[in-house]
Ligand binder design. Structure first.
Ligand code: HEC
Length: 154
């Protein structure tokens, strides 16, 4: 009986902590600022390939799913979006672009999209062919565009 009581107290404590952390404001700001400028996509297909794998954290078109409302998951998602957008932003491309070679590298090495993303979005996980298709989409959209490439070189 004593053991049962202890389990119940611990459970109530855990539920209490879970409820309390929902009030911590970090992660409550789930906004999508306006789209300012995008790369000149070589085709709608190129855009959708990139959108499916990269827009969640590197654009202002983040999908704020139901579980993004619940701490502590919401903290992880908010952190990724803040960090991702600050590195570069497909929705503010002229002001905040990224180097094409850098993108190719993280895709080839499987660093992006990061594991926490493709675990919940399995379709974002890529085999070698899909990686190549994504790289081609980025390459055809981002190279030879003088207007933007000038801004890309850092
Ligand atoms: C789940 C969120 C998320 C997704 C999806 C995502 N990224 Fe990132 N990305 C981040 C975060 C967070 C950082 C900054 C921290 C880091 O470097 O790990 C980052 C950093 C980067 C960097 C800079 C790396 C460096 O070392 O400075 C590049 C390039 C990049 N991402 C490319 C991509 C590409 C290309 C895609 C799509 C294939 C993508 N990311 C998808 C979250 C994401």
């Amino acid at each position: 009986m004593n053991k049962m009581r202890l389990v119940l107290i611990l459970l109530a404590g855990a539920i209490g902590v879970f409820v309390l952390i929902q009030f911590i404001p970090f992660g409550h700001n789930r906004t999508n600022p306006p789209v300012v400028s995008e790369p000149q996509w070589s085709s709608p297909e190129s855009r959708s390939l990139v959108k499916e794998r990269c827009f969640q954290c590197h654009s202002n078109e983040t999908e704020w799913t139901w579980y993004s409302n619940i701490a502590p998951g919401s903290w992880l998602i908010a952190y990724d979006v803040i960090e991702g957008r600050s590195k570069f932003n497909f929705s503010d491309w002229q002001n905040n672009p990224e180097d094409l070679d850098e993108m190719i590298e993280v895709i080839q090495e499987g660093e992006m999209p990061p594991i926490q993303y493709w675990i919940v979005h399995p379709s974002a996980r890529m085999n070698a062919q899909q990686k190549q298709d994504l790289i081609n989409a980025l390459e055809s959209s981002l190279s030879n565009k003088t207007e933007f490439t000038l801004g890309i070189v850092r």
